[in-house]
Design a protein around this ligand. Sequence first.
Ligand SMILES: *Cc1c(COP(=O)(O)O)cnc(C)c1O
Length: 215
Amino acid sequence: MTPVDPAVVAERAATVRARLDAAGGADVRIVAVTKTFGPSAVDAAVAAGLGDVGENYAQEAAAKLSEISSAPTVHFIGRLQRNKVRLLAPHVDVWQTVDRPELATEIAKRAPGAKVMIQVDISGEESKGGCSPDTTEDLVMHATDAGLEVIGLMGVALLAEPQAARPGFSLLRGLVDRLDLDECSMGMSADLEIAVDEGATMVRIGRDLFGERLG
Ligand SMILES: *Cc1c(COP(=O)(O)O)cnc(C)c1O
């Protein structure tokens, strides 16, 4: 896994923070996405003041998080198979990609009372995951009934042009408000300003903190 230089990460974190401030998102939380980078990336993010870290791949995350020397709040943000929940349960604090009832049930079994977010399909691309906007309320209720703490909604936008993400972001924020939830996780390196403008409370940033991913 690609090593990172903590000084460079700290510098980039300040730049991302400044972009958020300039976009009117001084309170927006940065989730540092460390997929394909090793334990040193997690430790560098925490040292740079980013206490929230995002992981996409179950095996990679479990291995990496066993080796870190810091104590971040860990968000799972990747596509999640039900049979990986047990492996991840000791490491994950916030499950951001709950998009079907079976997954909520399994998380409730392996991590009772855990914080979760419901992933909503805001791109129309099935490969990105997410429940349809009109089944979101039912899934929030299912997860809540299972004893989970539903803190908000998460979405992955179209990756084409940053501006192409805007309608999806607007849709997600509308759902967060209608369901009276707190958190709205949307926006990545390329479109964080648009996400903030549409009401994100959390942006998920990889590249602009750690550089290009190899493979
Ligand atoms: C990789 C990833 C990110 C970070 O994307 P960057 O373009 O590297 O900032 C955010 N969210 C999800 C779901 C991802 O898979």
